[in-house]
Design a binder for this molecule. Structure first.
Ligand code: HEM
Ligand code: HEM
Length: 215
């Protein structure tokens, strides 16, 4: 093995990406759990709107964030994505440390669906397109849940195929790679700002301080 091929633990996911992901899991699960109880209605709205806030942040971070956070790093055109899926099905592995193009497609779909859930939820509250909005809200939420199940299964299966724990990597931010492939700055201050903004949004919605969104 060439000395430059030696694998090291390198930082791939900056802190804001990890905070975004795990707060999105909390928000989505929270919105799901509170969706049927009238007593927990404000919590449902708070989890739902904070999920949308996270997606808006991630869109900005996908443009200005660190190397592997950028959309240009993992969003490939349809031709390359299909070629990639075919090569995965034929048993070959994903090279490179960022998201693979097939997984990225599911992730982008999830982000768009969460925004649509938020929009139809808002319409339900405002009684705009009343029944339609309500039904669309539930249907899109169920579709998103289905994709989440596939997404989690894919993360587990890919971890075995690539012999690297991708879920742990989303926690620590680190993967095995060459030293020059890693990012240099974890951007802790942006991630901490995101946590504070998430808590504050949640708090404002729960206590009814944003009536334009909840009444
Ligand atoms: C416990 C459940 C979950 C696990 C274990 C999990 C695991 C993962 C992993 C391992 C990745 C990185 C994939 C890679 O290495 O390329 C990832 C990315 C992602 N996941 Fe999940 N996920 C979970 C739930 C969710 C949920 C509920 C959503 C959305 C509703 C979601 C949306 C995303 C998105 C948008 C990304 C891209 C992250 C980014 O680039 O910022 N995940 N997930
Ligand atoms: C990720 C975010 C969200 C998810 C997963 C989600 C999921 C759901 C689900 C599954 C239901 C159906 C509950 C039932 O079986 O009756 C529901 C109902 C509802 N959601 Fe959401 N929701 C989210 C965000 C929001 C947001 C941001 C709002 C806006 C304020 C909202 C407003 C509503 C309303 C008003 C209902 C009740 C509809 C009815 O009268 O049956 N949701 N949500």
């Amino acid at each position: 093995m060439n000395i430059t091929d030696k694998k090291h633990s390198v930082l791939v996911w900056d802190f804001p990406v990890r905070v975004f992901h795990w707060l999105l899991v909390v928000s989505f699960a929270g919105a799901w759990i509170t969706s049927e109880s009238e007593a927990q209605q404000m919590f449902h709205y708070a989890f739902g709107y904070s999920a949308c806030g996270l997606i808006l942040f991630r869109i900005i971070w996908g443009i200005v964030g660190t190397k592997y956070a950028r959309f240009t790093q993992f969003c490939k055109g349809p031709v390359e994505t299909i070629r990639h899926i075919k090569s995965l099905l034929s048993g070959s592995q994903h090279h490179g440390l960022g998201h693979n193009p097939a997984g990225a497609l599911a992730m982008i779909t999830l982000m768009v669906l969460v925004l649509l859930i938020g929009l139809t939820g808002y319409w339900s509250v405002k009684e705009l397109f009343a029944d339609l909005a309500n039904e669309a809200h539930e249907a899109i939420a169920s579709l998103a849940m289905g994709i989440v199940v596939v997404h989690v299964a894919a993360a587990i299966i890919m971890s075995f195929m690539q012999k690297e724990n991708l879920i742990q990597a989303m926690v620590t931010g680190k993967k095995q790679g060459n030293q020059d492939q890693g990012i240099r700055f974890p951007m802790y201050f942006v991630g901490i700002g995101l946590i504070v903004a998430w808590i504050y949004t949640f708090y404002l919605v729960v206590r009814g301080s944003l009536p334009a969104l909840t009444q």
